[in-house]
Ligand binder design. Structure first.
Ligand code: ADP
Length: 424
């Protein structure tokens, strides 16, 4: 079993084209061509890239690589956008995967319970088989300070190694519970999903199938208030049916955990017994499920100081996720502008080469301090809709990068004004 990377490894994640389910066969067939391709072509680190079709056409030994959708090369000792050198090529670890398209039915309470469920709100739970096509490129597009995502990945891999070795819990404590907390819109839920996807890809030799089960605590608690304790138990009973197979890795994502694990010591005398019951049910279920070595609990919270202490105590790692730094904001903008160029709404221009734009981008980033990733990601659309688009429906019209950056600046100023009005 080799889940953890050696001190210095280069991980190559190879996404096969949809419907390529002959994974074992293909990883044998494509091993050498992938290594040859990476030796021949400079692949930038940390970005999902399509293979160069001209190179595949002109090199018959690489022909089978037509079955590959994209490649992602990562190396923790190098930065995003850097290239591998000759020495790095000796450290390649290949991970082949074929993304799943279906979303599973968890057969829980969404339909059955009836009372309070209005059918069109957020479902109380969701279930995906990973790696899922829904989460492709999610990891690469979540931008944090250097090393944060890698630290979480290493934590999760270490936790799984400890549990696979049946570490004695009376000697070493490891609950396999990771809590991400911080302001809303900072990417906590997305990061948990991306982490589960990463584990599915990196730990495939140990776990044949990875399941992600998301419990939307807020929706579960508000929709089925009086029943939520029972529903938590029912949901965990379903999860146990999947966990029982040791070839399955089950990542349970408890979103906005404070809704289910509200601090019992903060509950007033009038606080409904149901709130107390649901915390007790959750803690009991978590303790029971962790007896299985193939479960990882990922929890998020916008209000960590309202979480029950017993839950907090069980978390092995409590990672604060804050608002993006200026450097992160700039990178988020770069990814969005690159996407706008790829789809052809903005004219293709180099973001780095044109110093004038570089200055504008930095000014944009400075002006965006305090905005969450969620708000940042809305800005290109707002900038386009309000500040650049004419009333013509001109699908082929391309906007100059400089004009678009000006529009983005206007959209930020508008955002700040709106925020002030909401507060006053
Ligand atoms: P949270 O769970 O913290 O409320 P979400 O995971 O729901 O946040 O994220 C909301 C959106 O904002 C997602 O589309 C996510 O991709 C984006 N986002 C948030 N933070 C970042 C970040 N640091 N880098 C890139 N995108 C981000």
């Amino acid at each position: 079993m080799s889940l953890l990377s050696a001190k210095y490894s280069v991980h190559v994640e190879i996404c096969l084209k949809p419907n390529e389910n002959r994974l074992e066969v293909l990883e044998k067939l494509l091993d050498v061509p992938v290594r040859d391709y990476i030796t021949l072509v400079k692949v930038p680190l940390g970005q999902s890239v399509k293979l160069d079709e001209n190179i595949l056409e002109s090199n018959s030994a690489l022909g089978d690589l037509k079955l590959v959708e994209s490649l992602l090369v990562e190396c923790e000792v190098k930065h995003i956008g850097e290239f591998l050198n000759e020495a790095d090529l000796k450290h390649l670890i290949l991970h082949f995967y074929s993304p799943q398209r279906r979303i599973m039915e968890l057969e829980t309470f969404d339909m059955e319970s009836g009372d309070g469920g209005d059918g069109d709100t957020v479902p109380a739970s969701s279930h995906w088989l990973l790696p899922s096509s829904n989460f492709l490129q999610l990891w690469e597009n979540l931008i944090y300070e250097d090393g944060l995502k890698e630290k979480l990945l290493k934590f999760a891999l270490s936790a799984l190694i400890f549990s696979q070795h049946s570490v004695n819990p009376h000697i070493i404590s490891c609950n396999r519970l990771l809590l991400l907390h911080g302001p809303p819109g900072t990417g906590k839920t997305s990061l948990c999903k991306a982490l589960a996807q990463k584990l599915a890809i990196r730990a495939r030799r140990t776990f044949r199938h990875t399941h992600l089960i998301e419990i939307n605590s807020h929706s579960l608690f508000s929709k089925w208030f009086s029943e939520s304790g029972k529903l938590v138990m029912r949901l965990f009973a379903k999860i146990r049916e999947i966990v029982i197979d040791p070839h399955n890795l089950v990542c349970v994502l408890i979103d906005e955990v404070e809704s289910l694990a509200y601090a019992r010591n903060c509950m007033s005398g009038q606080e409904p017994k149901d709130a107390m019951r649901v915390v007790n049910a959750l803690l009991t279920q978590l303790d029971a499920i962790k007896e299985h070595p193939n479960v990882l609990i990922l929890a998020t919270s916008n209000l960590a100081d309202t979480i029950d202490l017993a839950f907090l105590d069980r978390a092995d790692i409590k990672q604060y996720i804050g608002m993006p730094s200026v450097a992160a904001i700039k990178r988020i903008y770069e990814t969005m502008l690159t996407e706008m160029m790829r789809i052809g709404i903005i004219k293709r221009q180099s973001l780095n080469e044109i110093d004038q734009h570089e200055g504008l981008l930095s000014a944009l980033a400075e002006r965006s301090i305090g905005l969450s990733g969620r708000n940042l990601r809305k800005l290109p659309f707002l900038a386009h809709a309000v500040h650049t688009a004419s009333s013509d429906f001109d699908v082929d019209g391309k906007i100059d990068l400089c004009d678009f950056l000006d529009a983005m600046l206007e959209a930020i100023e508008q955002h700040h004004c709106d925020q002030k009005l909401m507060k006053s």
